[in-house]
Design a protein around this ligand. Structure first.
Ligand SMILES: Cc1cc2nc3c(=O)[nH]c(=O)nc-3n(C[C@H](O)[C@H](O)[C@H](O)COP(=O)(O)OP(=O)(O)OC[C@H]3O[C@@H](n4cnc5c(N)ncnc54)[C@H](O)[C@@H]3O)c2cc1C
Length: 352
């Protein structure tokens, strides 16, 4: 269920001759609207975050037609305007075409993709009711994002949707640095400017526990402070409560945002959704071909990602205390300094 990065990657890796792999997505157009900042770290940065024997080149061999720009620096900016420059190379995606490209990859591998089709319910025998009728599946993959209906139907924990984030396009141009603004612009999170070759993606992600304003109000205030006009706003939720305790049950497998596979200290979830998707796809394929248990997936993604994701979540929890207001945020950023902030972004321990 779901043709985002998690679902399409899972489908690509489990599709093989003889297997009938179907991806359904409720969106009419895959990848649209774009509820995303569209930043995807280069593989070398991912290696610095997930260092345990993972092979990423093939997964992050990105089709250049889906890239709208490149950046080699992140500037983290304190409420008083002090900038901490972190060398960090990333693609700036065009997610509308990126997600379509991933879905095409799944189709090329043999999967079928059905858009405009919502999952309504699914029972433990794998019978799913959808808006296009009943579908029966041996394995049901929940790659349906933070409000995963699949997780709920499977009786698995759903990530808590406590961090709203809103992104939009502006035609205004900026330098090539990604900029993250901390403080009142986005309490408990950050506001961003992610420059593209033409225009930029700007947005705000914040903690509802620390701010009762509506996402659109914060975005409007941020855009007005930047002096830009915006279009194509799209709101989503980022699951930042750490990875789910269980991601398999019976014939159900959860991947990506549906499994809490988001890096809480930077808000990114595209690469982790793809890494987990590949592991899920490989295990499902072995399950169908050789009867391997689906719970192998639990072991596989945890071996690569659990440590960094848990550390990243701890950092976010610390930030919840230390970034309570502008003065404390500035102080905490000064104490961490460029190195500490670099470690936070890379899901590492803050203090050695
Ligand atoms: C505003 C914002 C900015 C972000 N910026 C970044 C960023 O710059 N970099 C980064 O790495 N991450 C970012 N993220 C996080 C990133 O977008 C997600 O982590 C990533 O998309 C997870 O991929 P996924 O495949 O698990 O879920 P999704 O991409 O959410 O895909 C889930 C799919 O499931 C479909 N679906 C949902 N329910 C159903 C249903 N009942 N039936 C059928 N289909 C269903 C949806 O239509 C959707 O296509 C951002 C998130 C937000 C909200």
């Amino acid at each position: 269920m779901g043709a985002g990065p998690a679902g399409s990657t899972t489908a690509k890796y489990c599709a093989h001759r003889g297997a009938d792999v179907l991806v359904i997505d409720r969106r009419k157009e895959i990848g649209h609207p774009v509820q995303c900042g569209e930043l995807l770290p280069h593989a070398k940065e991912m290696y610095s975050m997930f260092p345990r024997g993972i092979e990423l080149e093939e997964l992050f061999d990105i089709d250049h037609s889906t890239v709208d720009g490149e950046s080699d620096t992140i500037e983290m900016i304190s409420p008083r305007g002090r900038a901490y420059r972190i060398p960090f190379s990333s693609h700036v995606l065009n997610r509308r075409s990126f997600d379509k490209r991933l879905a095409k990859g799944a189709e090329e591998a043999g999967a079928r993709v059905m858009t405009g089709t919502s999952l309504l319910s699914v029972d433990e025998s794998g019978v799913a009711e959808t808006t296009a009728g009943q579908i029966k599946a041996k394995v049901v993959v929940g790659a349906d994002g933070p409000n995963s209906r699949t997780a709920r139907e499977a009786g698995l924990e759903r990530p808590r949707p406590s961090y709203p984030a809103i992104a939009c396009r502006t035609d205004s141009t900026f330098g090539s640095e990604v900029r993250m603004f901390f403080g009142a612009a986005a309490p408990g999170g950050y506001a961003w400017v992610i420059p593209k070759d033409r225009g930029a993606n700007i947005g705000v992600g914040y903690s509802q526990a620390m701010c009762s304003a509506k996402p659109t109000e914060l975005l409007k205030a941020f855009a007005s402070w930047l002096g830009v006009s915006v279009r194509e706003e799209a709101l989503g939720f980022v699951p930042l409560a750490g990875p789910s305790r269980r991601t398999t049950s019976g014939r159900f497998v959860l991947v990506g945002d549906a499994a809490g596979h988001t890096m809480a200290s930077n808000g990114g979830g595209i690469p982790t959704a793809m890494i987990a998707g590949r592991e899920a796809g490989r295990v499902i394929r072995r399950h169908l071909e050789e009867g391997a248990p689906l719970s192998d997936y639990e072991l596989a993604w945890r071996a690569f990602m659990e440590g960094p994701l848990i550390r990243s979540h701890k950092t976010l929890r610390l930030a919840g205390y230390a970034f309570r207001n502008d003065a404390l945020t500035g102080l905490a950023m000064a104490m961490l300094g460029r190195r500490g902030l670099d470690r936070a972004i890379r899901c590492r321990r803050l203090f050695l």
